[in-house]
Write a protein that binds this ligand. Structure first.
Ligand code: ATP
Ligand code: MG
Length: 261
């Protein structure tokens, strides 16, 4: 009854099992991300509806022309925003294939920012975006990169305690054939000794979800890394305690964009 002959198949079986669990984890993460996105969007949509209802009431109460003009222009503004929110969700639902295709990251940045606008304002965070219009399309799944961006933005928000700034920057990389996406925050920073661990699954310094129900599992950055690796891209971090953190992502330019250049 030697254990030796069983050792090899067992390891193979375990590896297969780990592969299956990883696949399952990816599927659950993608469902959780869509759920979170829909939750945030529904919340936003409701806020916009409240604005429309309130200004409609104001317009009915006040018969004078300036009040009615103001009410109508506020209603128009809010309705346009509502249309933008539903369009974002519809675009996400349509692009469920997760396939890699030429993708303009500027659009992904805009829709992620729109969904987090109110949350950022509540935490007194000023978000700046710097999108170089000369940035070529990348070969990517817009859905997956959107997920990476949301994870990084939520981490950045959670690292900022008493108000601060987040900068999202998109530009062609100094190295030809690559695009660079940076998320920089003025938050707490990460101690040098923790940096090697932040991309590990289940590594978290958060005690649990915060008051907006986010954070604490330690899977956010692991998922980001896995997604960027699958794109043949790179993700790296620069951080300084008390100053802030930057995550810098490099993605390959789409072949069609290269040909057009
Ligand atoms: N922008 C940041 N500033 C400071 N620390 C950060 C930042 N991003 C990540 N970290 C550190 O890295 C850890 C791992 O981040 P990760 O996103 O993987 O997990 P999490 O945010 O704790 O939980 P979740 O799975 O809900 O995202 C965090 O707990 C935090 O200590
Ligand atoms: Mg996180």
């Amino acid at each position: 009854m030697s254990k030796q002959p069983n050792a090899a198949p067992n390891i193979n079986e375990q590896q297969l099992h780990i592969q299956q669990l990883k696949g399952e984890l990816r599927r659950l993460q993608s469902m959780a991300a869509l759920g979170e996105l829909t939750g945030t969007a529904t919340h936003e949509f409701n806020n916009v509806l409240m604005t429309i209802i309130n200004y409609a009431r104001l317009g009915i109460r006040n018969k004078d022309e300036p009040s009615r003009d103001k009410a109508l222009s506020k209603i128009l503004e809010a309705s346009e925003r509502a249309a933008k929110i539903t369009n974002t969700i519809l675009a996400q639902a349509k692009n469920r294939s997760e396939s890699f295709e030429p993708t303009q990251l500027g659009e992904i940045i805009d829709s992620s920012m729109m969904l987090l606008e109110r949350e950022m304002r509540n935490y007194r965070i000023a978000v700046e975006t710097e999108i170089d219009p000369a940035t070529p399309a990348v070969q990517a799944s817009g859905n997956q990169i959107g997920r990476v961006l949301l994870n990084l933005l939520i981490n950045a928000r959670q690292a900022i305690v008493e108000g601060g700034t987040i900068l999202v920057r998109l530009a062609p990389s100094s190295e030809a054939g690559w695009v660079e996406l940076t998320v920089r925050d003025s938050g707490s920073g990460i101690p040098q000794e923790s940096l090697p661990r932040i991309f590990d699954s289940f590594y978290s310094t958060k005690s649990g979800p915060d008051e907006s129900g986010k954070g604490g599992t330690g899977l956010g950055l692991a998922a980001c890394k896995e997604i960027i690796d699958a794109h043949d891209g790179r993700i790296r971090v620069e951080s300084s305690v008390g100053v802030g953190t930057a995550f810098i992502i490099r993605l390959p330019v789409a072949v069609s964009a290269q040909a057009a250049a």
